[in-house]
Design a protein around this ligand. Sequence first.
Ligand SMILES: Nc1ncnc2c1ncn2[C@@H]1O[C@H](COP(=O)(O)OP(=O)(O)OP(=O)(O)O)[C@@H](O)[C@H]1O
Ligand SMILES: [Mg+2]
Length: 314
Amino acid sequence: MSTTVTKTAGVGGAVSDAVIAVSGLTLRFGGLVCLSEVELTLRRGEILAVIGPNGAGKTSLFNSLTGVYVPQEGSITLNSVDGNTHSLLGRKTHVVNRLGLARTFQNIRLFAALTALENVKIAAETRQKSGPVGIMLGLPHARRNERESDRRAHELMEFVGLGGKINELASSLSYGDQRRLEIARALATDPQVLLLDEPAAGTNPTEKLELADLIKHINRELGISVLLIEHDMRLVMSVADRVTVLNFGKVIASGTPSEVQRNRAVVEAYLGAEMAAEVLDAGPSDTGVAAGAGVAGGADEGKAAGAVGGEEER
Ligand SMILES: Nc1ncnc2c1ncn2[C@@H]1O[C@H](COP(=O)(O)OP(=O)(O)OP(=O)(O)O)[C@@H](O)[C@H]1O
Ligand SMILES: [Mg+2]
């Protein structure tokens, strides 16, 4: 593994504030520009939502952060809690994970034939140092590590609210529980940053509320910075400290939820210019005029709710 570790202790201001800094990130597939000069900062300890219409490049951004895609231009920097700085561009997925990034997937990826607990335990074991030989031979340190993984997996199952379902097959869990299980599995690798790709997709309204609480707990109690891709605007607005908006691979806005929901470019991205003008020019801004656009969520999901509520799996 090539190493790109440098010390950043003492670096002040915006840089040390950022746990992940993305700059000038451009990703192309042949002639298709999927991400174009993307700038994004995840501040340490915050929940940053990444929103945008279908095909905007949100999942591709996650894939670029986690080594699945290798962008042609730009930089991705992780400022680790230990004071080291790592370039994540082009790193192997397991290396990125070991450096402290864990993710869930838009399409749930669990071991369907294993129990819920086993799914989490496997992830916890990746943090342990025992190799397969040590485990096979039942060496003392391997047994100790296995006990520790088991303990950690039980603890995380409780934490995500699945304590009563540890022995159920992953495939037999409800959709909402499977999404929680994916989160537990990601947490088992002890991340400093958690990337959630549409964690509420396919869940019912009660599950969405519970999920919002869980995301806040992860952020506040475990001190994990969260990057959240989500189409459900009510969820985004209730949990995010800031929002970055992508459209056709470009960042078109970044700001607090209330700034973004009133941003003309954002409303236009969802509604088209004509309807955006109608919505934005219609009412006083402090009532969240974009609520009707579905961008703001709130009580009235309005005309374009479908445009931002697409939850199809890729
Ligand atoms: N491996 C790939 N090869 C070619 N094109 C790709 C690849 N991955 C993504 N794309 C294209 O990049 C664009 C962005 O896709 P991406 O999945 O990142 O969008 P998204 O914002 O996550 O959308 P959604 O909200 O529907 O999940 C799309 O046009 C998609 O077809
Ligand atoms: Mg996606």
